[in-house]
Design a protein. Structure first.
Length: 447
C-alpha cells in the first residue's frame, strides 16, 4: 500500500522545501513515529535529528497531547476567530502570564509562523504609522508574500518582486566574514555602527519595525556576538522603531528558555512564534504584542483576520504541550544537555577536516561543511556533481538512519527536546561515520 500511496502522492500533490524539481524529488515515506524516532513503510527505524522542521519539540506520540486534541474535536471542533471559548482564554492567560516577557499585553493566535509575521507587519505599521520594515540578510521569516519580503535569502524574489519598503541589513554571522575581529565585542560594535548608519540613511521616522530571528534557524543557527541583540534593542528604542523577535524556530524551550531573546534580558515589542508552541500536533502560531500596542487596539479596531485564527484544536494541543514541558522539566533538561551537545559538536569539528564550523544554543545546532576551517569556502558539490546538501542528507538518512534538514552547506542538529544523553551519543556515532564521506570530498578538492 505504501508504494501505491507514494505514487499517488507524487502524481497528485506538490512537495515543498525540496530544492529539486517535482520530477526529480523522491519523498521519504513516513509510516509511524514515537518519541524521537520514525519508521518507514519497510519497518526501518530512524532518529529524527531535526525534529522535522525544528518543530516536534515534545517528540512523537505524546499521549497527553493526543488526548487533548481528541477531546477538543469531540467537544468543539471549530470556533470563528471573533468568538470566545475556554481553550482560547486558558492559552492566552498561560502565554501572557507564564511564558512571555513581562511587557507582554495580548496574543493573537494564527495558523503558523508565516502568517504570524504577516500580522506582525500589520501591527507595526498600524501602531507606528510608518511604512518601512528592516530585516536581516541570511534570515528566513516565511513563505507568504509579506514574510517572503521580510526574508533575507537570495531566492526571496525568484518569482515576484518583493513588497516596497522592506530593507535588508548585514547579518552579524562571523564565520567566514571578510573582516576578522579581535573580539566579539569589536564585531558587535562594527555591525551596530553599520545598522545605525543604514537606519539614519533610510530615515528613522519612516521605519516601523526591525524584525530579527533571535537565533537564525534555517540559515545556520548563528549565535550573535556578545551584546549585539542588546545593542539592536537600544538603537530601536532610540529611534522609536519597534523590535520584533521572530521566535518561530527558537521559541518554546528550543534554546533552553521560553524565548531565546530572554537570554539577553530583552523585552521585544512583538514576538512571533509557532512550531514548538504545540510541537505541531496541529497547526498554530501566534503574535505576542506589548501592553502599549495592546492598549492601542483597545481603542482602535483590528480588522484583519483569517478563518482559522485561534483554531480550537491547535490551541488544545498547545495547552497540553506546555503542560508537558512543565511536567517533564524540559527547560531544565535542555539547559543540562546544552553543554553536552556543544561538546559533541566541537569534537566533530576537531576531528573532521570538512567541518568548518559548529554552532549551537540549547538543543539547536548546526554543522557547517567547508573546504577550509578558516574561510567560508562552502562545500557545494559532491564527487558525482550533484548538489552537496541533497546528496548528503539522503546519504545519512539511508546509511545512518538520521533524518535532518539544512541549507547551503550546513545541516541542522535539533532533535526533540525529550532526547537523552545516550541518544545524543548514538547520533554522533552515526554523524561521525557519515562525515568521513565529506572529508573525502574535501581531500579530493572537488568543487
Amino acid at each position: 500500500m505504501s508504494k501505491e500511496a507514494l505514487e499517488k502522492a507524487k502524481k497528485y500533490t506538490l512537495f515543498s522545501f525540496t530544492g529539486l524539481t517535482q520530477k526529480e524529488y523522491q519523498p521519504f515515506f513516513f509510516e509511524k513515529a514515537d518519541g524521537i524516532k520514525v519508521w518507514d513503510d519497510q519497518g526501518k527505524e530512524y532518529i529524527d535529528l531535526g525534529s522535522q522542521l525544528v518543530n516536534v519539540n515534545i517528540g512523537y506520540n505524546n499521549k497527553n497531547v493526543i488526548k487533548a486534541v481528541q477531546d477538543q474535536v469531540e467537544k468543539l471542533a471549530y470556533v470563528a476567530p471573533k468568538h470566545a471559548y475556554e481553550g482560547r482564554a486558558e492559552l492566552g492567560e498561560l502565554i501572557i502570564e507564564e511564558v512571555a516577557p513581562k511587557n507582554a499585553g495580548k496574543v493573537l493566535f494564527t495558523l503558523g509562523g508565516s502568517d504570524a509575521n504577516e500580522f506582525a507587519i500589520r501591527f507595526a505599521k498600524a501602531y507606528t504609522g510608518r511604512d518601512k520594515i528592516f530585516s536581516k540578510y541570511e534570515s528566513y521569516h516565511g513563505g507568504t508574500y509579506g514574510a517572503s519580503s521580510l526574508t533575507g535569502e537570495p531566492d526571496r524574489a525568484s518569482l515576484f518582486p518583493t513588497i516596497p519598503g522592506f530593507i535588508k541589513f548585514a547579518a552579524p554571522h562571523l564565520y567566514g566574514y571578510d573582516i576578522k575581529f579581535d573580539s566579539e565585542e569589536e564585531a558587535t560594535k562594527h555591525f551596530l555602527n553599520r545598522l545605525e548608519y543604514q537606519i539614519i540613511q533610510e530615515g528613522p521616522e519612516k521605519i516601523a519595525a526591525l524584525f530579527i530571528e533571535s537565533v537564525p534557524g534555517s540559515n545556520g543557527v548563528y549565535v550573535y556576538p556578545k551584546g549585539y541583540l542588546k545593542g539592536v534593542r537600544e538603537i530601536t528604542k532610540k529611534y522609536g522603531i519597534l523590535l520584533v523577535a521572530d521566535e518561530v524556530m527558537a521559541g518554546f524551550l528550543r534554546s533552553g528558555d521560553w524565548f531565546a531573546i530572554e537570554r539577553e534580558g530583552i523585552e521585544p515589542d512583538i514576538i512571533t512564534f509557532a512550531k514548538g508552541v504545540n510541537s505541531s500536533y496541529a497547526p498554530l502560531g501566534g503574535v505576542i504584542i506589548s501592553k502599549e500596542i495592546a492598549d492601542y487596539y483597545d481603542n482602535n479596531p483590528f480588522t484583519a483576520g483569517l478563518t482559522y485564527n485561534a483554531h480550537p484544536v491547535g490551541i488544545a494541543a498547545a495547552i497540553a504541550n506546555i503542560k508537558e514541558y512543565k511536567r517533564l522539566n524540559i527547560k531544565e533538561h535542555v539547559l543540562e544537555l546544552e553543554p553536552y551537545l556543544k561538546g559533541k559538536l566541537a569534537e566533530l569539528k576537531e576531528k573532521h577536516i570538512s567541518v568548518g564550523d559548529v554552532r549551537s544554543i540549547g538543543l539547536f545546532g548546526a554543522i557547517e561543511f567547508s573546504y577550509s576551517k578558516q574561510t567560508r569556502d562552502y562545500v557545494e558539490k559532491t564527487l558525482d556533481g550533484k548538489p552537496f546538501l541533497n546528496t548528503f542528507i539522503t546519504k545519512i538518512r539511508e546509511e545512518e538512519g538520521l533524518l535532518t534538514l539544512g541549507g547551503g552547506s550546513h545541516i541542522i542538529v535539533a532533535p526533540p527536546l525529550i532526547i537523552t544523553k545516550e541518544e545524543i551519543d548514538e547520533i554522533f556515532v552515526r554523524l561521525d561515520r557519515a562525515i568521513n564521506y565529506v572529508d573525502e570530498i574535501v581531500k579530493a578538492g572537488k568543487k
